[in-house]
Write a protein that binds this ligand. Structure first.
Ligand code: AMP
Length: 118
């Protein structure tokens, strides 16, 4: 699977391009982190590769270094906005809760988190 630079009608491609506003907390050449519009924890940031991949398995297969960068950036966000501890979630597929089909890591931090995914 090759990444596309931008997918038409993709919400996160539009945020990457700057055509839809977002509360950006960090950015590298290949990755952007912005606050989730419906936060589920005191810190809830989405870390998004700028290139378009549909889900985490696709980016892992095509570009493992990019996936590693997503995790490194997540760790940095948890260190700068919280105490360095964090939960990282990739919803993959509608039954898992994925609603935006441009790969993104949810970084949840800033509180003692519960565990009730079902
Ligand atoms: P998922 O359901 O795992 O695909 O996650 C998509 C996330 O994107 C949800 O947590 C939404 O709250 C979040 N979201 C949707 N639209 C926006 C937006 N415009 N800016 C920031 N976060 C958004």
């Amino acid at each position: 699977m090759t990444a596309r630079i931008m997918e038409a009608d993709c919400l996160f491609c539009k945020i990457v391009a700057g055509s839809i506003p977002a509360d950006v907390v960090t950015e590298t050449e290949r990755v952007i982190g912005f606050r989730d519009i419906d936060p589920q924890a005191p810190v809830h940031v989405l870390v998004v590769p700028k290139e378009h991949y549909g889900d985490v398995a696709q980016v892992a297969a095509a570009d493992p270094a990019l996936l590693a960068e997503v995790i490194t950036v997540a760790d940095q966000i948890a260190g700068s906005l919280a105490d360095g501890q964090f939960r990282l979630i990739f919803n993959s597929g509608p039954h898992a809760g994925q609603s935006v089909f441009h790969v993104h890591a949810h970084v949840l931090a800033g509180a003692k988190l519960g565990w009730s995914p079902a």
